[in-house]
Write a protein that binds this ligand. Structure first.
Ligand code: PLP
Length: 363
């Protein structure tokens, strides 16, 4: 067992409760696709998929190699590959039974070729760019590409989907949905009715029931962010311990560049976590941590492997637990991120998988 002080604790209980909350927003027959891209937003790809595998109908990843890892771990769910891939990955997609999103027609012949070679019917989901301006076919290209897919024996047009750029902005979301609905209608008028029509991400699951169609893609919310409802709790807590406790005398600088200088004798703690662990250098002289119920400011620059915090004058802190961020309302990944103008998942996905063990608790 890895006894390193710096570790991530994952609350499987919070994860399951969050999932139940999102499920309660859906019609009983609406399947749910759990998004586990980017190592399940930093929480552990296989572990997170494994612990709710009987409660979700589908899984989604960004990259083909993430889908391969899920298959190699024994996952038998349909697996959507949402980000674009290169042609060289098509044999792997077929071999591992993955379901790519289609944003252009350049690879259709190759999908057919390898699907035939692997003796499968390859399901494809057409992605429509309804305003996100990232992946997806332009609305007026969809019908042609759909027909092209349908003209190949080993390809199935299984889905048509879109992604919101900003669900919270009603007019933008209304506009995107209107474009999407007209594309789905156009397909229908041509007798093309893919099994799955999907658009909703976490926020849309809760606030845009008109975007549920017959499949939803649940990501960030299940990990505890972006949906601000009391039932939703952060799943990841990033923790460490005080490993050196000492007094910095008045006038003495702290860390590289002495960007912090003691105005008086100051008790400090050295924490063995740094930007190589995923605690960003941007928190130098900005962030705070929670030790023994007290918030302690980071002083000086966050280094690659260590950082220094100011400790209260009283008390003994050696080996005391340090909460860097997690399931504490004043110190979530979201509150931390807002200090540097970023978002919660920027913080959770940064935590190093190499160096920081994930420990899973189910109570
Ligand atoms: C990441 C992603 C999702 C999940 O979105 P959340 O906001 O994390 O719920 C859904 N669809 C696509 C295409 C994505 O890239």
């Amino acid at each position: 067992m890895d006894l390193r002080a710096t570790r991530v604790e994952i609350s499987v209980k919070n994860f399951k409760n969050n999932l139940a909350f999102f499920r309660s927003k859906l019609a009983t027959d609406c399947p749910l696709c759990l998004v586990v891209k980017a190592n399940a937003y930093g929480h552990g790809l296989i572990e997170m998929a494994e612990c709710v595998k009987d409660d979700v109908e589908m899984l989604a990843v960004a990259a083909v190699n993430e889908g391969v890892r899920l298959r190699e771990a024994g996952m038998i769910h349909p697996i959507l590959v949402m980000s674009a891939h290169v042609a060289a990955e098509i044999p792997t997609i077929c071999k591992y039974n993955l379901i790519p999103f289609v944003s252009h027609s350049e690879y259709i012949e190759q999908y057919q070729k390898y699907a035939e070679q692997y003796n499968i019917k390859l399901p494809l989901h057409i992605k429509v760019d309804t305003g996100m301006g990232r992946s997806g076919l332009m609305p007026n290209e969809v019908l042609d590409v759909a027909k092209k897919i349908l003209s190949h024996d080993n390809l199935i047009l299984e889905g048509v989907c879109m992604h919101f750029s900003e669900v919270e902005k009603k007019e933008t979301a209304d506009q995107q949905l209107a474009v999407f609905n007209s594309v789905v209608d156009e397909l229908k008028q041509n007798d093309i009715t893919p099994k799955y029509v999907h658009a909703a991400n976490s926020v849309a699951i809760v606030y845009r029931p008109d975007s549920h169609f017959n499949l939803v893609r649940l990501g960030v919310g299940v990990y505890g962010y972006n949906v601000f409802e009391p039932e939703i709790r952060p799943v990841m807590s990033f923790k460490s311990k005080v490993t050196i406790e000492k007094v910095i005398p008045k006038g003495h600088g702290v860390s590289y560049g002495s960007t912090w200088v003691a105005e008086e004798d100051t008790k400090v703690g050295v924490i063995p976590v740094g930007f190589a662990d995923g605690y960003m250098r941007a928190f130098s002289n900005k962030g705070k941590v929670l030790i023994d119920g007290k918030f302690c400011p980071i002083i000086g620059r966050v280094c690659m492997d260590q950082m220094v915090v100011a400790l209260p004058d009283n008390g003994d802190y050696l080996e005391k637990d340090v909460l860097l961020f997690g399931d504490n309302d004043e110190l979530t990944a979201f509150t931390l991120a807002s200090q540097i103008g970023s978002i919660a998942t920027d913080i959770t996905t940064a935590v190093s998988t190499d160096r920081v063990p994930r420990i899973y608790f189910d109570e």
